[in-house]
Ligand binder design. Sequence first.
Ligand SMILES: Cc1cc2nc3c(=O)[nH]c(=O)nc-3n(C[C@H](O)[C@H](O)[C@H](O)COP(=O)(O)OP(=O)(O)OC[C@H]3O[C@@H](n4cnc5c(N)ncnc54)[C@H](O)[C@@H]3O)c2cc1C
Ligand code: SF4
Length: 471
Amino acid sequence: MPPSGSPTAGSYSYPQISQTNFFIIPAFLINVSINISILTIVSKLNHDYICTIMKESPGMNKEAIRCLLCRRPKCSTGCPVSTPVPEAMALYREGRLNEAGELLFRNNPLSAITSRVCDWRDFCYGHCVLNVKKIAVRWYEIEQEVSDLYLKTAKLERQPEGRLNGRKVSIVGGGPGGIAAAVFLFREGADVTICDSRKRMGGVLRYGIPPFRLDKSYIDSYESLLTDAGVVFKGRCKAGRDISLKELSEASDAVILACGAEKPVRLGIEGEDSPMVMDALQYLSDPGSFTIGPEVIVIGGGNVAMDVARTAARRGISTTIFYRKTFGNMPASPVEVEHAQLEGVRFRVFEAPVKIGDGTVTFRDCENITDPSTGKLLTRIIPGTDHDVRCDTLIPAISERPDFSLFRDMPPIFNQFGFPLTDKSTSNISFMEGGPRNIFACGDFILGPKTVVEAVSSAKKAVEGIITVLK
Ligand SMILES: Cc1cc2nc3c(=O)[nH]c(=O)nc-3n(C[C@H](O)[C@H](O)[C@H](O)COP(=O)(O)OP(=O)(O)OC[C@H]3O[C@@H](n4cnc5c(N)ncnc54)[C@H](O)[C@@H]3O)c2cc1C
Ligand code: SF4
């Protein structure tokens, strides 16, 4: 269940607030280009109103009152799963928290998790119309509150006229893509089985993102929600090893491949097979079971590098992140970089590894250059700048790729990026003539390493694809 300290069902009851009490913003003022002075006046008026209303409803998050309930909400269009923010916000303001929770859950069953792990600066928050004045509404806080409350009592139910009644669907992979697909399929009436090579459900949510960023009790809640409803979970069952894709395809009306991207991208340098090199995701899956250090070097500037470095630093291990560009170029969220620094992780930028030796890594200095023909930012490794850095454990965390070995018995058509070719509207995987027509895919397996909310969005698309193809 969600962590203690979260609101419990029924513990919230806000005074009813009529929508007419709010300052209504004429739609044309918002739809036309944003007028900053109007926003200033509105913000002031709303601020005065907040002060009044907060006295009357102390439990309510005041961010709700700052929301302008835009007719064309940019927060929703900026969210990969098009969360209906104004509708949910309006219900929240009226104290109808369960209805708000249900609305969110129906659209995105993982809202309790995405509201915590989304990089909302790029999504809802970054697109909020008030972001022009750097006072965007922190919608995700309300989404967390409402979703937590809903998840505590949520039950999965079949829709009365399910479009997949009696159909059998197998999902390979029980990460966020697989979990979301299972919820959507179950509601449509399908008999759902998930197989996963790991013992428990959750994928990266359970075995990658560290517990200090995401409480694992959320994944336990989803696991119970699905299995209590009758979704079958087969742990330690690896497709391609314990069951072939052909067998799955023949035994089911449809199969969804939601196997994520778990294979580390190699650095491609001398000495990479040294025993001092450790797989980032393997380390994160069970940090306590590995002895690393005393000097740890993490390579990369993304969120995986930050999670690895923070996990090691929190265990008292001396940890340094090396990145070949500079701070502003790091793909990791700036908040994660800041947290890593606060927790004692050291950073060295404009340095790239070129050789792994015995207890040392050789780095070469780099600089940013712009490709004159494309304008793209490139890294130039500066010759003659080699220098050795002491290292006991090296953890490369530069990127991950999906493992396509489960296609061994029936290879699909691959696109120019080396991913299985999928139909744009149905996510149906294309095989050669005579190959199966009932295999679909979602999440990192077809998108490459992305985000939890994008995995949910693509799971939704795959389920709609199955409905279309099986019709
Ligand atoms: C360390 C880390 C931190 C991250 N932090 C964030 C974050 O803060 N916010 C965010 O939005 N995103 C984050 N991401 C990205 C996000 O977790 C992924 O985009 C998301 O988990 C993809 O979901 P998925 O279901 O496609 O794959 P996964 O979560 O990878 O799940 C795939 C599942 O398939 C199983 N599987 C694989 N192959 C087989 C097989 N052959 N047979 C059976 N089962 C198989 C795996 O065991 C796994 O359980 C992070 C990723 C990592 C690695
Ligand atoms: S799912 Fe993520 S991006 Fe979408 S509204 Fe919630 S926090 Fe924002």
